[in-house]
Structure formats: structure tokens, C-alpha cells
Design a binder for this molecule. Sequence first.
Ligand code: OAA
Ligand code: MG
Length: 217
Amino acid sequence: MANSFSSETIEAFRPIATASVADAVEQFGARGYLSGTIRQVLPGKLVGPAVTVLEVPSPEPAPPEHALRAIDESPPGSVVCIAAGGADVAVWGGLMSAGAVANGVAGAVLDAGVRDIEEIRRDYPQFPVYAHGGVPATTVGRYRTVSLNEPVEMGGTRVCPGDLIVADSDGVVCVPADRVPQVLEAAQEIERREREQTALILESGSLRGGLEKYHRI
Ligand SMILES: O=C([O-])CC(=O)C(=O)O
Ligand SMILES: [Mg+2]
């Protein structure tokens, strides 16, 4: 999957809150946000195209082959997204983070858990991970990977390879690839209005007074 967004586009999304990006996606009739159960576990703003991996329950003691390929073969700046239906196992850990950092992967979004959190925080402090939380259990012998770069469902939202992932401490938003320019413009407008509303609230000393101009919060 080629990295299909310019560095200008990636940089333009970086200062925008995920809340504004989520609202902007919804203006186009799609659900962009992933459930809040997928939250920031290791810090860092994350903006980049999705590379998708699917895992399913399996007692087979197989390595997570598609995830290993995603880490080694994706273009720099990619966000590795692993769908596993909210599995209570770690689909990501320290070794995978080492591979990701070595290959310039921007971060990981997991509909499951992560382990080796202390190691990742210590050795790759710049590497953000969004997941359900920490859990020490390996996937091996519990889940196996079944696809790479096929559409997946994560936290109630469909994530397609090449969609733009935007994540911060509020959580994760998926922007459909074909909507990225319009969503960027809409999100920038939302941010501009919110700054104006904030100023109006502080100037007037009234929340409702400050909200009057646009009739929305
Ligand atoms: O075992 C796993 O699936 C993940 C892991 O601990 C690592 O990458 O270090
Ligand atoms: Mg490990």
C-alpha cells in the first residue's frame, strides 16, 4: 500500500484535535471515530495511512505472519492497525515496536491489548500505541493473523487500507481516503470556529452567550 498522502496533508492534520476530525467526518455522513475502548496507551499524536491486519481466535501456535509483514513491508509513516475484535491478548509488544521503529512505522492502533509497555516507553518513547490497554498474554496459540490490507472493523468503524488515521489522547479517528481533503478543510473550519467561540465565551463571561453565534457546542 503506497503512502498516498503528501507530507503537507499529514502535517496539516497534526495540530487538529481528533474531536474536530471526528465531527468533520460525520459532516460527510460517515462514522469516523473508533470506540473509546481503543485509547492512548503510549503517548504521541499519530497521523498516517492505515495498514490493516486481521486476527481471529485460533489455538494454532503460529507467529502473527501478516502483522510481521505489515511492519517490515509498509512505507515509512504508515500506521499499523490490527483488528482482533477486542481480544484480551497482546497483539503488539516490544519486538514488534523495534521492527516498526526500524522501518519508520508511525505507530500502532490495536483493537486488542499490548504488552512490553515498560520496554516500549523506555526504548522507543516516540512510538505511540493506541489499544484497549496492557495485558501480558501473547496472541500465539490464542489468535492468528488471516489478512493484510483488507478492510477491517475496529471499535465499531470500518478501516480500509490507505484511510488516514488521526489519533491523540481523545482516541482514534479514521478518515476515509477519498474524503481526506474535504475532511481537512471541514476540521480546520471547526477548529477556527471553536477558537472564535472560546474568545466570545471568555469576553462575554457567558457560555450560552458565546455559543449564540453558531448555535452549536
Ligand atoms: O508476542 C507477541 O505477540 C508480541 C511481543 O511480545 C513482542 O513483539 O515483543
Ligand atoms: Mg515481547
